[in-house]
Ligand binder design. Structure first.
Ligand SMILES: [Zn+2]
Ligand SMILES: [Zn+2]
Length: 143
């Protein structure tokens, strides 16, 4: 086991002073973590892929293991899934189930389990990064 694998094993367990972390893809949003769990920081060398694509000649490309993270895709540190710690903002349905996030301007369905954690706007697209805004969603009164 290399140092990255040891780090993952250690941080995968829960302790108040040494927060349990998961891979981003495995993040679980709960009331206890305020829908903002600890996750492993992506390896900056391979952007979390664990492998690096190499040109080895015209039309020849090969994948090699990222030596920075030993293929684990993570750096030896943890961070919160979202960097957004702003207080909750209001969002009101403009059509049933759909709201527009006042922080980033994107519209999304509150039935979309990817875009909406149940507390935070989880927008992965665009150049803004991940929004993470806490929202108080108000259902529109029936017409
Ligand atoms: Zn890497
Ligand atoms: Zn947003």
């Amino acid at each position: 086991m290399n140092e990255h694998e040891r780090f993952i094993a250690r941080r995968g367990r829960s302790k108040a002073t040494d927060p349990a972390a998961s891979f981003r893809a495995d993040a679980v949003f709960t009331d206890e973590n305020d829908h903002n769990p600890w996750v492993f920081v992506r390896c900056p060398s391979c952007d979390g892929r664990g492998q690096i694509c190499e040109h080895r000649g015209p039309g020849v490309e090969a994948l090699r293991e990222c030596e920075t993270c030993h293929r684990t895709g993570v750096a030896l540190s943890v961070e919160r899934y979202f960097q957004n710690d702003d207080p909750p903002r209001d969002a009101t349905e403009f059509i049933p189930d759909w709201v527009r996030c006042p922080a980033c301007g994107s519209a999304f369905s509150i039935r979309d389990k990817v875009a909406w954690t149940g507390r935070r706007h989880n927008d992965r697209g665009g150049t803004r990064g991940i929004c993470g805004q806490r929202l108080n969603v108000h259902r529109a009164p029936p017409a």
